[in-house]
Design a binder for this molecule. Structure first.
Ligand code: OAD
Length: 231
């Protein structure tokens, strides 16, 4: 039996029309991380931060899953052992493509979180600093996404999965953000075969045994076909 753990990043949703962060003209070329993706930025200007995520929430709601999301759902369905999808993405395209039990380590645009009482619920499409928490009523509502300086979600669960992985793949991620960028090392320590599937080799490419270069809608379905053929 061979458990597969897959880490995905913004590159898997690029061909669904959602911008990546660090490619030319990407989100971090248009917005300062300090302003829109840190707790300090939110404290300084919550309306600016809500607007940034409101726009992204609308874009994500309009986007359709692509052949790469769908291929991972097929792998989950047809592979005889567990296939765990861990994503850094805050869109819902893995689920829309048919994947189950996706681990959203950086949170989700679909969620609202109260900074006062930690209550979570489904966010409105447009959030504002005046929105009251649906439990405590305080106007301290934020998008349920993980910002720089905060601990990603589900880390114990993810390390547990990595320690049992026989195959690990990183798909559409630049490998520049930790702890996700170090998952490959956990997988290697567990004895997993490692694959990088990316438009171009990432900065961490040397750590991977197998490198598949090209758009995710081409490389991911082919990688899944090859895995399922040899099972
Ligand atoms: P990046 O924007 O850093 O990297 C996206 C990667 O996808 C790049 O290596 C691209 O070469 C690749 N790529 C682009 N188009 C592709 C395609 N069609 N097929 C395959 N690969 C493609 O995005 P992430 O690595 O996801 O965190 O960024 C990680 C984290 O940094 C994000 O979750 C976010 C960001 O700051 C937070 O906001 C906390």
């Amino acid at each position: 039996m061979e458990k597969i753990v897959i880490l995905t990043g913004a590159g898997i949703s690029a061909e669904s029309g959602l911008g990546t962060f660090r490619d030319e003209g990407g989100l971090w070329a248009q917005h300062r991380i300090e302003d829109v993706a840190t707790p300090e930025g939110f404290a300084r200007n919550p309306a600016l931060v809500h607007n940034f995520y409101n726009v992204r929430r609308v874009q994500a709601a309009k986007a359709q899953p692509n052949a790469a999301h769908q291929a991972l759902a097929r792998l989950q369905r047809d592979w005889p052992d567990e296939v765990i999808v861990v994503t850094q993405n805050v869109d819902g395209l893995h689920e829309a493509g048919g994947s189950q039990d996706v681990i959203h380590m950086h949170g989700t645009l679909a969620g609202a979180l109260c900074s006062s009482c930690s209550h979570r619920w489904k966010s409105a499409e447009q959030m504002t600093p005046a929105d009251p928490c649906s439990r405590c009523g305080r106007p301290t509502v934020r998008p349920d996404v993980v910002w720089f300086g905060e601990m990603p979600y589900f880390m114990d669960e993810i390390y547990d999965h990595l320690s049992g992985a026989r195959i690990f793949a990183a798909i559409g991620t630049s490998g520049q953000v930790y702890p996700a960028a170090a998952f490959v090392h956990e997988a290697i320590a567990a004895g997993a075969k490692t694959f990088e599937l990316n438009l171009e080799p990432s900065t961490g490419v040397l750590h991977f045994d197998n490198i598949l270069t090209g758009p995710a809608t081409q490389t991911v379905p082919k990688w899944v076909d090859d895995l399922l053929k040899r099972r």
